[in-house]
Structures are given as structure tokens and as C-alpha cells.
Design a protein around this ligand. Structure first.
Ligand SMILES: C[S@@+](CC[C@H](N)C(=O)[O-])C[C@H]1O[C@@H](n2cnc3c(N)ncnc32)[C@H](O)[C@@H]1O
Length: 239
């Protein structure tokens, strides 16, 4: 049977390909499968739909995806249908929390655009893929501000978080909502030269040699997968 994702324009399909961030997020989710089975799941910025697909394979009860790009919704819909998760999937084109206003979920995942730079097409990606504004926090802060009101009691979020995008600030914002964070994984991600060239100069200056590691023409950045839950639940584990 032909892969129905062929129905997507090849360029759109390629632009939504998973990244090292996607892989690390899935790695952490897979390591905790017992906390996914039968859960209601939301992903903000679902892209290709592959993170939702992984959550479906781990036994989530329902899968909800939100993305700003039409192609992402089409891709997620086709992928989840192909893999037999169409019956439990719901996909919305829209901005961040707007399509799920008033709703709560057991698990919320996000691999948001949060690279410190203005909108730019990098390596065949859409301009909405990576760019997080000058400090990288344009979408991250909106996500953090809305998180508590979308988590079901006992719920948690698992997100990607560049180490060079002020984890302390994230911790502070979460504390205001009664949430705390734990670093579940730290890994290195490759930063392509064209991306590094667009990185906000102040951030690069401050983080070079700290969370950004350069070896001649090759550059890597530290990236965390962060788990967020009620400060009370995470009291012993917050980093
Ligand atoms: C880094 S990609 C991650 C995609 C996918 N989750 C993955 O890990 O492969 C970020 C995604 O967020 C989406 N996005 C950007 N701005 C958004 C917004 N304001 N609201 C919802 N999604 C947005 C992009 O279209 C893109 O699919």
C-alpha cells in the first residue's frame, strides 16, 4: 500500500522531518511508558505528528495536536491515520493554547521553536520551525504561562529546552503557577553554521564555552528534556 504521506507535497514533508530534539523527546517519553498508558495527551507544535504517534504506540488514550501550519496538521493526520491512531486523534490548526482553551490533559508535550533568533528559513524548514525571537522565549513563555490551567490534576509536561535559553527563568515562571521542573535528560545537539550565524549575538557571547561548544567549524549546544509537574509532587526531585 502506498504511504499516504506521499499525498503531502514532498517539500512540506521534508520540512517537517523530525530532528535531534524530536528524537530526544521521544527517548524520554518511551523511558516512562507506564505514565503514558491510558493518558489524555496534548502536543503543542505537533509538526509531522511523530511525537503523537510515539505516544499512541505507548498506549495513550487520546491524542490531541495543535500546530500553526496547515501542512503540519495534514501530516499529523495522515501519519496517525496510517498507524491506526486516527480514531483517538484530534488535530487543530491554531496558535498555542487557543484551540484547547478550557481543556486539561494528563500529559502535555512540546518541542517548541525556541532558538534565539528572528524568523528565518533554515535548512529547508519553515520559518516557524525554530525561531524563538531574540531571547528564544517568544513561544516558550506563552507555553509556560498557560501550562497550569491545561494540566489535569497530577498531570505533567515534557518539553525540549535549550540550555542557552535561561532555564532559571523557566523555573521562576513555573514556580509562580505552583509547578516545578526536573531535567530528565541532557544531550548535545548540532548547531548548523547557518543557524549559528543567525543566533542572537548577546546569547552567543554569553553562552559560548558554557552551553555552546565549538570545535573549529562544528558547533554543538546543550539541550535538556525537562519534565514539569506540580511543585508538591516534584518537591524531592526539582533540579
Ligand atoms: C521544532 S518544531 C517541532 C515539531 C514536532 N513536534 C517535532 O518534534 O518534530 C516546532 C513546531 O511548532 C509549530 N509552531 C510554531 N509556532 C506555533 C504556534 N504559535 N502555535 C502552535 N504551533 C506552532 C511549528 O509549525 C512546528 O511544527
Amino acid at each position: 500500500m502506498p504511504d499516504s504521506r506521499q499525498a503531502l507535497a514532498p517539500a512540506a514533508h521534508a520540512a517537517l522531518r523530525p530532528s535531534e530534539y524530536t528524537a530526544a523527546l521521544i527517548q524520554v517519553l518511551r523511558a516512562d511508558a507506564d505514565r503514558i498508558r491510558d493518558m489524555s495527551v496534548l502536543e503543542i507544535g505537533s509538526g509531522s505528528g511523530v511525537v503523537l504517534a510515539a505516544l499512541g504506540a505507548l498506549g495513550a488514550a487520546s491524542l490531541c495536536g495543535v500546530d500553526i501550519e496547515d501542512e503540519a496538521i495534514a501530516s499529523s493526520s495522515l501519519l496517525l491515520g496510517d498507524l491506526g491512531h486516527g480514531g483517538i486523534a484530534e488535530l487543530h490548526r491554531g496558535d498555542m493554547w487557543l484551540p484547547v482553551a478550557g481543556r486539561r490533559f494528563d500529559l502535555i508535550g512540546a518541542n517548541l521553536p525556541h532558538f534565539p533568533m528572528g524568523p528565518a528559513e533554515i535548512a529547508g524548514r519553515l520559518p516557524t520551525w525554530s525561531a524563538g525571537g531574540a531571547d528564544g522565549r517568544r513561544l516558550l513563555d506563552v507555553f509556560l504561562a498557560g501550562l497550569a490551567e491545561h494540566l489535569a490534576p497530577g498531570g505533567r509536561a515534557v518539553i525540549t529546552h535549550n540550555a542557552f535559553v535561561d532555564l532559571g527563568r523557566t523555573r521562576e515562571l513555573l514556580a509562580r503557577s505552583g509547578l516545578s521542573l526536573r531535567i530528565a535528560l541532557t544531550t548535545l545537539v548540532y548547531i548548523a553554521p547557518e543557524k549559528l550565524a543567525r543566533m542572537t549575538a548577546d546569547v552567543l557571547r554569553a553562552e559560548d564555552g558554557r552551553t555552546i561548544h565549538r570545535y573549529g567549524p562544528y558547533t554543538f549546544g546543550d539541550m535538556h528534556i525537562v519534565e514539569i509537574e506540580s511543585a508538591r509532587v516534584g518537591a524531592g526531585a526539582a533540579v
